[in-house]
Design a protein around this ligand. Sequence first.
Ligand code: HEM
Length: 331
Amino acid sequence: MAAAPPAAEAALLLLLALLALAAVALRRGDALSLDLYDVTCPEVEAAVTAAVRQAMANDRTVAAGLLRMHFHDCFVRQGCDGSVLLDSTATVTAEKDGPPNASLHAFYVIDNAKRAVEALCPGVVSCADILALAARDAVALSGGPWWVVPVGRRDGRVSLANETTAALPGPTASFDQLKQAFHGRGLSTKDLVALSGAHTLGFAHCSSFQNRILRAQQGVAAADDPSLSPSFAAALRRACPANNTVRAAGSALDATSAAFDNTYYRMLQAGRGLLSSDEALLTHPKTRAFVALYAASQEAFFRAFTKSMLRMAGLNGGQEVRANCRRVNPS
Ligand code: HEM
């Protein structure tokens, strides 16, 4: 076979190099590993678990905060890239200061975990991995399932508040809007129902469910949302009166809000789902069937939740291992 002429050979080499680079870039985005830190940072899991356990011992709301933070990280930008952890700067308003993130909390737990991990193995473990591990620990330490978290995420360098509202569905989202948001991230309607089960933990402020109560006071003819149980609506109206001025007022998302269990689905079936987006899961036959399944079997819920968390946590595509979760590395 005749040798390729120099110009063609150079072009071929360039093409091969570009293909190799593209493959590396794709791997960065996709390939997570089960044993990445076995040698480089074997104590990472123990360090993160200790930080979460200690914070939860002092404050039972931490678990919900960490789980929601991971979701909000994974749904904006390049997926689970720690972009939600970055602080705003003089020139950039970061995701954490975007409207849907106003009530995110427990960032200090990630700072504590990162500090502990950096002391063990500096520059090895990304903030995005620490958040994914901490969310898993938050679930398990609240009585939910435990699963192995594949690792190797990279931290992103961009975080923009104005990308949050479009990416994160709001509490009044309809079934179609929820479906669209999840499909947009490559997640299914089954994932939507299973991951909404995260509302077994935590709390919502009055503003998140005001649309379901007090309509009469707002001049709308109909009173409370008819899909809401009347006694539940009355309790919510007491917690959030029309003239409420207490910013911290609100309601637990389910009746056992510090325990990770399937009460959320049973409450939904009883007309006691708190947010319109929770209630929306009952408006479609397919999602209604999943709600019934998870309400009947906590085991089925735990299995589905684990699978969906793994799918959500697999979205990634950052560039670096940040030294400080609140700031990008100096370029
Ligand atoms: C399906 C679409 C979803 C919508 C529309 C939604 C919306 C909300 C809203 C409005 C709140 C209350 C915020 C407040 O008033 O302070 C909340 C709380 C919460 N969400 Fe979701 N969420 C959704 C899915 C998820 C998912 C997928 C997860 C996690 C996997 C999650 C985890 C949580 C947790 C744990 C809380 C309680 C937070 C706390 O107590 O600090 N949510 N969500």
